[in-house]
Design a protein. Structure first.
Length: 252
């Protein structure tokens, strides 16, 4: 029988000491108090409407799993300077919104509108602001506020004054952020994040990594939920075998 003082995260049967599995998924059941959270990494750009639409499936898929999930938003600039950004008065944006964005938003019940800001803003400065917000424990809240500001309020995320005001709305120190962005305090951190995106071969957003599963595009709830359960099962299995060994004295 298992030693009750150990911190093995896998729940075991008190009679057989075998790992307890979820009958619906065959995944080992873990004690959420001792197991590490399953991480979702999601690369996005603040001018990508599909990134905002990914919020709903993320929220729904992570409910009621029985284990903790950590969501980490990561930056990716679709059109970094000096590449020109898109203009809503040109043919491309209205066409893709009518064909894909609006129908998906209606199905998901999300209020979203093609912004009139022209040309669309570069997002480097906003992402440097994200690095500041993440350091204050408000990275996810900052990301959500950026999406709503652009796609629901038609605000220009390329303007420093706009970023400062939005940051203040979520409880961040606006003047501290202004100084940091003026001085390029988070430029290096943002460039490091872009190099990480390149290392993962990110070419489109949203792109999600959940354990060994890579999802490009807005995920479905079942697809994302399965990826989370698979990742949790893999973590539980790795925890179960960690440190297992045979000794020269014959113990095994």
């Amino acid at each position: 029988m298992s030693d009750p003082t150990t911190t093995d995260p896998i729940t075991t049967d008190p009679v057989t000491s075998d790992p307890v599995t979820d009958p619906a998924t065959s995944a080992p059941v873990t004690d959420p108090a001792t197991s590490d959270p399953v991480k979702i990494q999601i690369w996005s750009d603040y001018v990508c409407p599909f990134c905002m639409l990914a919020e709903g499936p993320l929220e729904e898929a992570t409910e009621g799993l029985g284990f903790d999930v950590e969501i980490e938003w990561k930056p990716f600039e679709l059109r970094p300077h000096p590449h020109p950004t898109l203009r809503p008065e040109d043919e491309y944006l209205p066409a893709i919104w009518q064909r894909a964005v609006y129908p998906m938003a209606r199905r998901m019940g999300v209020d979203i509108t093609l912004p009139t800001v022209s040309p669309q803003p570069y997002t480097r400065l906003a992402f440097e602001g994200y690095q500041y917000a993440a350091g204050q424990g408000k990275g996810a809240e900052y990301t959500a506020r950026m999406f709503r500001a652009f796609f629901q309020e038609d605000q220009d995320l390329g303007q420093l004054d706009v970023l400062v005001r939005l940051a203040e709305e979520i409880g961040l120190n606006g003047e501290e952020l202004r100084t940091a962005l003026d001085n390029g305090t988070y430029t290096a951190a943002h460039q490091d994040a872009l190099r990480e995106a390149a290392a993962h071969r990110i070419q489109s957003v949203p792109t999600l990594l959940v354990g060994d599963t890579r999802i490009e595009g807005v995920p479905s709830v079942p697809q994302l939920r399965k990826a989370l359960l698979d990742a949790q099962a893999a973590q539980a299995e790795a925890a179960a075998v960690q440190g297992a060994a045979c000794s020269v004295e014959g113990g095994c």
